[in-house]
Design a protein around this ligand. Sequence first.
Ligand SMILES: [Zn+2]
Ligand SMILES: [Zn+2]
Length: 67
Amino acid sequence: MDRELWHCSDCGDEREFVQPPCTDGHTEDGGHCPEWACVDCGTALVTGVVVLQPAVVAATVRARIAA
Ligand SMILES: [Zn+2]
Ligand SMILES: [Zn+2]
């Protein structure tokens, strides 16, 4: 399994990230899955970018509707 060191925003420090088994079909055609997970807290990253929390997304959508 591949391992990479990235900064984890939840841990507040460099952490080892591993690729969990892909359930979205990214690897079905031989490609690489962009999803990684912190081995300490499980925070998910997609190619090094922290996945937005659903609450943040919802707030952004509401702000766009209100504009
Ligand atoms: Zn995947
Ligand atoms: Zn972490």
